[in-house]
Design a protein around this ligand. Structure first.
Ligand code: PLP
Length: 450
């Protein structure tokens, strides 16, 4: 029974990103099964997974082909490492597959088990890169406030979540945060395009202030995800590229969310024409069936790493794990065979955008924005201004809970409601989602008047 499972869970399980006092009182949600875009809980309730787990279940839940591929690999070679000039067939096949899917010329992958480890690896790689180049003073990494780059010490430090920094005396030295391109909150009187340029110029100001000779890299998500789906104005990335074009600073794209199809291309960097030096990936690489991530390395960086005459003292026991590699291969094969990225671009993303456009008329909605299959709805007290509710953050939580009662998982980032469904979502399922969000907004509005 659900009660017994909840009691046992609360007794012995410390959850991530959870207030344990309230978990004990309310009990956790027990999910027992997944099938396509749907989840089933321990009471038999069906719930649409509007967040694709944690932005990662690209091909939907319950694909037995992946279970079969992993089981076959485990019977053959369940584990061996990739340290000290060792390798194995699944990691060889996966590396070739990803090099072909990635834009040219990203031919080398360093494997890890998560997005956080990918970003730790990025930090070590860029500092190592500048040491090799004889510029050891280039240590500082510029990132953005409100970014999420993971939960390890380096990931939290690179990220710009002040509440996370406050727990544990972070960031570590050598990380510098600049403003994010969040027009809805910070655009003031500027048009989105003007604001995009102004936000990008914060990078230029920081470089001028700190000194180019001390800066190793600028790191950013193409679209900030956990920060609230902050879709940058169209002028932002071109201006960032202009600023970095004649400067000796690496550009890092954290594509842990945008990698593997979410924006209607295999990589979000392609959508924004970012051309980074390193790309951090994880999540959608296996659709979450097993943990795996990596850092994709542009040839211009790989060439430098290849001619050091020394070893990069970095790696994880599970770098390139054979069973995880088998899961990634099976996942990417399904995505290719079934045209999942084309489905996002041609069917799902246009349907999703249309649904958001109609929700934009709702009295509670200040802005409804999408790019690919990432979307955010800003809840506001007065749709003609961008002012926030007095109890900023609470309204999102109310709306999220009402949504769950209606059988839809939405995420609340303060008062932004986030959707990021599995990439295989069908037009009928999108229609159900849109109708449900409409009802959820009506009920949230009614609840606020109570
Ligand atoms: N980077 C981004 C952009 C993310 O969204 C996340 C997780 O949500 C991470 C890094 C961290 O990934 P992981 O949770 O696999 O460590």
């Amino acid at each position: 029974p659900t009660d017994a499972l909840q009691a046992l869970d609360a007794s012995h399980h410390l959850h991530p990103f959870t207030d344990h006092g309230s978990l004990r009182q309310e009990g956790s949600r027990v999910i027992v099964k997944g099938d396509g875009v749907w989840l089933t809980d321990s009471d038999g309730k069906r719930i649409m997974d509007g967040m694709a787990g944690l932005w990662n279940v690209q091909i939907g839940h319950g694909r037995t082909e992946i279970a079969d591929a992993v089981a076959a690999q485990m019977r053959e070679l369940s584990y061996y490492n990739t340290f000290f000039k060792t390798t194995h067939p699944p990691v060889i096949a996966l590396s070739e597959m990803i090099a072909k899917l990635a834009p040219d010329p990203y031919n080398q992958m360093f494997y890890v088990s998560s997005g956080s480890e990918a970003n730790d690896t990025v930090l070590r790689l860029v500092r190592y890169f500048w040491d090799i180049k004889g510029k050891p003073n280039k240590k500082t990494i510029i990132t953005r406030w409100n970014a999420y780059h993971g939960s390890t010490v380096a990931g939290t430090s690179l990220g710009g979540m002040k509440a996370m920094h406050a727990q544990g005396d972070l960031p570590i030295p050598g990380i510098h945060h600049i403003d994010q391109p969040y027009w809805f909150d910070e655009g003031g009187d500027m048009s989105p395009d003007e604001f995009g340029i102004a936000a990008a110029r914060k990078l230029e100001e920081a470089i001028d202030r700190i000194g180019e000779d001390k800066i190793a890299a600028f790191m950013a998500e193409p679209i900030q995800g956990a920060g609230g789906v902050i879709i940058p104005p169209e002028t932002y990335w071109p201006e960032v590229k202009r600023i970095l074009a004649d400067r000796d600073i690496l550009l890092i794209a954290d594509e842990v969310i945008s990698g593997f199809g979410r924006l209607g291309e295999w990589f979000g960097s392609t959508v924004y024409n970012i051309e980074p030096d390193l790309i951090a990936v994880a999540k959608g690489m296996t659709s979450g069936y097993l943990p795996m991530g990596g850092v994709l390395v542009h040839d211009r960086v790989a060439d430098v790493l290849e001619h050091t005459g020394s070893e990069f003292f970095h790696g994880y026991t599970y770098s390139g794990h054979p069973a995880c590699a088998a899961a990634a291969i099976a996942n990417l094969q399904i995505m290719q065979d079934e045209g999942v990225v084309e489905h996002v671009r041609d069917v799902a993303a246009p349907g999703f955008a249309k649904m958001f456009a109609s929700l934009a008329d709702h009295p509670l909605v200040g802005e409804a924005r999408t790019k690919g299959l990432l979307g955010a709805i800003e809840l506001v007290p007065n749709k003609d201004s961008r002012d926030r509710f007095a109890n900023y953050g609470d309204v999102g939580t109310i709306c999220r809970d009402i949504s769950f009662q209606h059988g839809l998982v939405m995420r609340a980032v303060r008062d932004s409601m986030i959707l990021s469904p599995p990439l295989v979502i069908t037009p009928d399922e999108l229609e159900w989602m849109g109708a449900t969000v409409g009802k959820v907004l009506d009920e949230t509005g009614a609840e606020l008047k109570r």
